[in-house]
Ligand binder design. Sequence first.
Ligand code: CA2
Length: 161
Amino acid sequence: MRILALNGPNLNLLGRREPGIYGQVRLDDIMARVAKRGRELGVEVDHLQSNEEGVLVTKIGQALGRYDGLLLNPAAYTHTSVALRDALLACQLPAVEVHLSNTQAREEFRHTSLTAGACVGVVAGFGEMSYVLALEGLVDQLRRKGAASSLGKGAKKRSRR
Ligand code: CA2
């Protein structure tokens, strides 16, 4: 199983600026922790951070056939990007939206997510642990769906006999 983790604008600054809001941990450390948890679960996790909306849109568009699911922290694009929402809907892969902070407990403009409605779930407010929880939820859902669809295939084969 392969998962693509995408991080949006300014998340490359984690651990370097504004430690009061986002903590001291760096994005590389978070993604190393996610990759380690992925290995424990038997899952490969690739990672890309971009400050550019179009790069993220293109990566989502190329993900079908290469990955089984997506982890996405769209950062500020969460609250503005119809393009990311459309890309998520078009790509048909299950995606989990991740936030370090509890966006519902922050400024009102952060209470709206344009992308969450195109995702199977959202994890927010647990700092770097949000990413680990999101990975676990996504893998669990993919495995249960895989098991259900192979059961379905078995049932179809049996009913043809
Ligand atoms: O809580 C999250 O993960 C956010 O996606 C972070 C975004 C913010 O716009 C969302 O509302 C919630 C901001 C990411 C920028 O991170 C920085 C890190 C260090 C210094 C400055 C920005």
